[in-house]
Design a binder for this molecule. Structure first.
Ligand code: NAP
Length: 252
């Protein structure tokens, strides 16, 4: 679906080589944006970049680990150098982490999840915001989760990181809305992506699908459509928000 116009805009998507990020990258490209596909996974990032180019659209792959601030600085600099500015950023890269009770949660997994899922979003905003200020403003969409507002057993690090992303988003929105940068977060329910398929067996996936009153998992494109709206000029009064796309999971 391409219903917003991103012509002459530069959109950066971290974790753009798979799942929700892939759907976001494709959607922005099909809506006219020049897209930076940033990912840890070179094969996935190359695949998505090639898929965009195969439609005669514009994309560049940047290999990056979002938990490394110096790589984030270089990623943003490359976006600006390649396409002349930065207007939309989707800070989406994330990992699941260990599954264990809080009293037994492995310290190394805690540190890794917080570094990637929370600090990674901060490092991105830390460098995207100055680039957007010199580009005349922009829109940032941070990928939180339903677990940015409710808890989930055996997922202490992930839940803490996603709650942190929601707070970080609100703070940056307050700071920069008067300067033309909108900052929002998105809270997907469980979405049918490799992240889920690789971590959970079919039986568990069935149980999780049933926890959504709508009766199924979400699809990556359903998240990308919300992200595209929030990144677009149609969302001009939306900033500081946390927008659910969760099949009524949290309404239950
Ligand atoms: P996915 O299919 O695994 O895609 C995530 C991408 O990010 C992968 O290409 C992954 O590379 C990459 N990545 C991981 N760590 C990275 C790092 N340190 N630096 C750069 N890239 C990195 O996952 P997804 O389901 O689309 O999830 C995307 C985002 O949505 C995450 O923030 C996740 O927490 C959030 N979310 C997902 C769901 C869900 O149910 N799927 C629900 C709510 C929120 P590798 O494959 O090499 O790890």
């Amino acid at each position: 679906m391409a219903e917003h116009d991103f012509t002459d805009k530069v959109a950066l998507v971290t974790g753009g080589g798979s799942g929700i990020g892939e759907a976001c990258a494709m959607t922005f490209a099909r809506s006219g944006a020049k897209v930076i596909v940033a990912d840890f996974d070179k094969d996935g990032g190359d695949r998505v970049t090639e898929a965009i180019r195969a439609e005669s659209l514009d994309a560049t792959f940047v290999e990056v680990d979002v938990s490394k601030p110096e790589q984030i600085e270089a990623m943003v600099a490359e976006s600006v150098e390649t396409y002349g500015g930065l207007h939309v950023a989707v800070n989406n890269a994330g990992i699941g982490g260990a599954q264990a009770l809080t009293g037994e949660y492995p310290i190394d997994s805690w540190q890794q999840v917080i570094e990637v899922n929370l600090s990674g979003v901060f490092y991105c905003m830390r460098h995207e915001i100055p680039a957007m200020l010199t580009s005349g403003g922009g829109a940032i969409v941070n990928m939180a989760s339903i677990l940015g507002s409710v808890g989930f057993a055996n997922s202490a690090a992930y839940v803490a990181a996603k709650h942190g992303v929601v707070g970080l988003t609100k703070t940056a929105a307050i700071e920069y809305s008067a300067q033309g940068i909108r900052v929002n977060s998105v809270g997907p329910g469980f979405i049918n992506t490799p992240l889920l398929a690789e971590n959970l067996d079919d039986e568990t996936l069935k149980v999780i699908a049933g926890m959504h009153p709508i009766g199924r998992l979400g699809e990556a494109q359903e998240v990308a459509d919300l992200v595209a709206f929030l990144g677009s000029d149609e969302a001009s009064f939306c900033t500081g928000g946390y927008y659910l796309v969760d099949g009524a999971y949290t309404a239950n």
